[in-house]
Design a protein around this ligand. Sequence first.
Ligand code: HSE
Length: 440
Amino acid sequence: MADALKIGIAGLGTVGASLAKILVERRDMLTTTCGRPIEIVAVTARDRSRDRGVDLSGAAWFDTAAALAGTADIDVFVELVGGAGDPAHAAVKAALERGIHVVTANKALLAAHGVELARLAEKHGSLLNYEAAVAGGIPVIKALRESLTGNTISRVYGIMNGTCNYILTKMEKEGLTFGACLKEAQRLGYAEADPAFDIEGNDTAHKLSILTTLAFGTKIAADDIYLEGITNITIEDIRAAADLGYRIKLLGVAQKTDTGIEQRVHPTMVPLDSVIAQVDGVTNAVAIESDILGELLMVGPGAGGNATASAVLGDIADIAKSRPGAQTVPALGRPASALAPYRRAQIRKHHGGYFIRLSVEDRAGVFAGIAGHMAENHISLESIVQRSKHHTETGEPQTIILVTHATMEDAVRKAVKSIEGDGYLTGKPQVIRIERPKSA
Ligand code: HSE
């Protein structure tokens, strides 16, 4: 039997503790599968004394992630500290510079420094594996990095934040408030340390930027993403969407267009009868459209200790199974020097359908005025409905909902601006993009 694979784990929070437990409890099974034992020989965590339900007394404790990565006698450094900057960044660099393989779940780190780290890994002959960084337990990195090689990809999109999907699902199904759903997601260990990263869409953006690079071979451009979170989505939007045959999901979408690559994260209407609309709770889904394979949709647990630990474990097992010298998968799917510059497509040129919800004064001519602005901007409508509230002499505000056929975003923005200028709106207009699966 080959020597044990010696791993050092930095970070023993929800994911780190789950990983350590699985490695200890399934040691024999993993030894058989990988052809060698996997041993936790070093760890570091903020709190040494916490009971994590696993005996780590055989591992050496280090004070910092940097010390562990820089000096421990390990084959693999497992980074579960999180965050784009130090200590995670410095520690991962230190490990790669020593020729040590790195497994990380840190999407923020890869979004910010992925190309630099990929270069370092190539230079020193180390592997940089990060399956857990995107869509939790779904093997989307492997699919894009290895399985789909040779395909030309046209669009990648998906539900990549378990917290947001959990909130939107609970709001719809249980009628709970946004705040109550978020609290529950935090309690269950789905949310980021700062949950603003989840609900404002940054977490999805980090993940999307990694998928964009793998799909289109361009440099990571996490700061060049059109971003809208879910904080403005109301129960009224969710109900109106359902009435019109849609469900609202926070999607990350990367798409090749004639003017560049669109990277966008925003609340999105998806047709109720599509598979992605049925993806509920903390579950994630990623769809990849490519020319040879066609449409691939992967659905699975997107956050939480075990789901994320499962992906980390798969990355570690890949290293345990590989032979020295045969470890050649480039971190970003192709050599870092072969990555092309990223060219951003303007969101105003986005072409698609739109849901527009307007709260208006209840008086004659409003409906006609709205329809007129749509026509002026050459926007063709799929439906327009007035959700009639009780009509009163004093004119209680009414809700008008429009669903457009595919049109240019610029036209929608101009039409909405003109409507706002007419003076009959009683609240801020809500505009939500519609995304259709290829097969829908
Ligand atoms: N906060 C993230 C989520 C964790 O809710 O999906 C997984 O990356």
